[in-house]
Design a protein around this ligand. Structure first.
Ligand SMILES: Cc1cc2nc3c(=O)[nH]c(=O)nc-3n(C[C@H](O)[C@H](O)[C@H](O)COP(=O)(O)OP(=O)(O)OC[C@H]3O[C@@H](n4cnc5c(N)ncnc54)[C@H](O)[C@@H]3O)c2cc1C
Length: 650
């Protein structure tokens, strides 16, 4: 039952919060509860973030990460023989839940176990696993994932660090060639890391073989290793419990075995070999094994949004401002239509993204546990992970800001969480792949239909690939007309389906989002084709179409998110919780259409009358959901200790 005073109108669902939490936690309820308990036990770190100086806070975060490692919650994704839990899905669920707490702790865990540990596990072979996994899973060996350089972050194929094989000594020589090639923003580098997985251009016998990863000691007994230079990145906008730094390598020698050699190797005599001939494909195959980090950050963004919404919603059923419907009492914020309009669609979108994240987590688990591991599934997973990460983290940034404002001046006080939430989650939109770059990756998958050539194609290759197909093929592939035929069967009104169908019919909502996606994709394909036919440079053609490309990818991901939500609701037995989720699903669908109504009207799929009807329906759904709002946020199960906000929630 809602804890605030508003009585649900008759016919309204009565949310069973505990059952809803169980449904949301799903198969990983036990893991999530373990993390919730740990978060509550270490809740003081939220105050430490404000009170300790930089070095002390970094140490506090490091100690906490090591203590959490001892509970098993951070090592769930590693093989059991090395002290892990052998369950990839559980490791993602644990990470998502950790995002309810201090985000420096979360990111330090991500760097240590996800990035550093993940690279050793996925790119290394038994010799690396035996040498490092047990210690890193226990938190005894801290490490870095040193990919980004000052000169290159998104385009990591163009990294400037070089690893040259020296057959005389059977060593690789790691060299930073110029300041643009220094490693930058590297977590664990400034203070705590002993080893780094360093991404560098491999040169063997004068031939460049592309980017490969090497294990390089950067500190020995706490001192910076010979030939390594490290500079602290200093204070950041947030995440100040993580010690990010820059690293230079002045011809540092590491043994031949330091190459993480799952996908390629160099023989003692200096012969390079790989089962993957195409260097592009090899590189993207390597990167693809690291997709887990993206899935983690997307899920963390969604959960950070839940913290903000829990605080803002609970405040909105306590805080009164201005008399409105009564002469004796001021109105609760959440009884204002505007406040409902600000918070409830964000709650609905959070639910939608939650269910979409369930899908991508399950796919990841199945692909990486070998249950459904084929190339097409992997490519689809990569695109899906990229899309969910982009939308999930943008949603966090937007939601946290809206919730801060919804709490007025109180929202600005550090004790009320938003200061840290805003500062710490902001960078989620950039690391683990900049969101705009990721959406281009999503579009590439769609335009090429995850073709087997997918990994071989760089941006220009993609343009050439798409435009080499007859435009009819692409249109067939994106198949707006086929969609319309299907829709005519599903919805009343024949060609007028978009005017006749009920706004709350999920087939109508899905048809609208599918139409937008497929129309946009075929539009991109046509424009690419036209540009190439006119003899324009492929890069220029792509650049001109890029906003369209990103819009198409966004449309695709929103459609996929809605499908995940609709599927989940349909899978539930009849209950009040199902009704409540149905209302949220409708709200998500209609606010998504409403937000892009100009496009739908431009493309003849939304009349003025119907557009206004959608806005009315959104208002009505908000009013229906208003009495359920507190239950809906409580069902996320954010531990009370993580909310702080003593004066907002009391
Ligand atoms: C706190 C923090 C922690 C980090 N931790 C690590 C770590 O541990 N290890 C590690 O290796 N890296 C780490 N990073 C680096 C991070 O992954 C990169 O910053 C990120 O990948 C973006 O790269 P960049 O900064 O070079 O931005 P750029 O790639 O230069 O992007 C800048 C802007 O240009 C746009 N842009 C780029 N390419 C295109 C294009 N083709 N078309 C249109 N627009 C484009 C982007 O959308 C973006 O808005 C960290 C960064 C930070 C800030």
């Amino acid at each position: 039952m809602a804890t605030d005073t508003a009585a649900p109108p008759t016919g309204q669902p009565d949310v069973d919060v505990r059952a809803l939490t169980e449904l949301l936690d799903g198969e990983y309820a036990e893991v999530r509860d373990l993390v919730r308990r740990n978060l509550a036990a270490y809740a003081s770190v939220l105050a430490d973030a404000e009170e300790l100086d930089l070095p002390a806070f970094r140490d506090r975060v490091r100690d906490l990460v090591v203590e959490m490692a001892a509970t098993g919650q951070t090592g769930m994704g590693f093989p059991e023989e090395y002290g892990g839990g052998g369950d990839i899905g559980a490791s993602i669920a644990a990470f998502e839940t950790l995002a309810y707490g201090d985000l420096s702790v979360l990111v330090k865990v991500g760097v240590q176990f996800g990035l550093f540990g993940g690279a050793i596990l996925q790119l290394g072979t038994k010799r690396h696993h035996d040498a490092y996994l047990e210690d890193l899973v226990a938190g005894r060996l801290m490490g870095c994932f040193a990919m980004t350089e000052t000169g290159h972050g998104s385009n990591v194929q163009a990294l400037g660090t070089v690893a040259t094989y020296d057959p005389a000594t059977r060593e690789f020589v790691i060299s930073t060639r110029g300041d643009a090639a220094r490693k930058d923003y590297i977590g664990n580098a400034a203070e705590h890391g002993e080893l780094a997985v360093v991404f560098a251009q491999l040169e063997v016998g004068g031939t460049s073989e592309g980017v490969h990863a090497f294990v390089v000691p950067i500190r020995i007994d706490g001192e910076v290793a010979p030939g390594v230079r490290i500079e602290d990145d200093g204070r950041k906008m947030g995440l100040n419990g993580v010690d990010n730094g820059r690293i230079w390598f002045d011809d540092v020698r590491v043994p031949r075995e330091a190459l993480l050699n799952r996908f390629a190797d160099v023989s003692p005599e200096g012969v390079y070999s790989s089962e993957i001939d195409n260097p592009h494909r090899r590189f993207f195959t390597m990167l693809g094994t690291l997709v887990q980090g993206r899935v983690c950050v997307g899920g963390a963004g969604i959960n950070a949004a839940k913290v903000a919404l829990t605080i803002a919603t609970r405040y909105a059923v306590r805080r009164r401002q201005f008399e409105a419907t009564s002469d004796t009492e001021e109105e609760l914020l959440l009884d204002y239509g505007l406040h409902q309009r600000r918070l409830l669609p964000l709650i609905a979108r959070t639910y939608a993204l939650h269910f979409a994240q369930d899908v991508v987590r399950t796919q990841l688990h199945e692909v990486f546990s070998g249950i459904t591991d084929d190339e097409h599934n992997r490519r689809e997973l990569e695109a899906r992970a990229a899309g969910t990460k982009a939308l999930g983290t943008w949603h966090a940034t937007r939601t946290i800001q809206e919730c801060r404002e919804a709490c007025g001046g109180a929202g600005y006080l550090a004790v009320n969480r938003f200061a840290a939430l805003k500062a710490d989650s902001d960078i989620f939109t950039t690391f683990e792949g900049d969101n705009h770059v990721l959406l281009q990756l999503v579009a590439k998958g769609l335009l090429t239909d995850y073709a087997s050539e997918f990994e071989d194609l760089d941006q220009l290759g993609t343009v050439r690939f798409v435009t080499s197909l007859a435009v009819e093929t692409v249109i067939e592939r994106t198949s707006v007309h086929k969609l319309l035929e299907r829709v005519r069967d599903l919805l009343p009104g024949g060609d007028q389906w978009d005017q006749e169908a009920g706004l709350l019919d999920s087939e109508y909502q899905l048809a609208m989002l599918r139409f937008r996606e497929e129309h946009m994709l075929s539009g991109v394909a046509r424009r690419l084709k036209r540009g190439m036919d006119q003899g324009m440079n492929p890069g220029e053609v792509f650049s001109r179409v890029q906003d369209h490309v990103v819009a198409a990818a966004n449309a695709h991901v929103e459609r996929v998110v809605l499908e995940a939500f609709v599927d989940r609701v349909r899978s539930l037995p009849d209950s009040d919780n199902r009704v409540a989720l149905g209302l949220l699903c409708d709200l998500f669908a209609l606010t998504t259409i409403e937000a892009d109504r100009a496009w739908f009207m431009e493309h003849g799929r939304l009349t003025v009358v119907r557009s206004k009807a959608i806005s009315r329906e959104v208002g009505s759904l908000c009013r229906k959901l208003r009495p359920l709002a507190v239950d809906l946020v409580d069902a996320w199960g954010v531990p009370p200790e993580m909310l702080r906000s003593p004066d907002l929630l009391a």
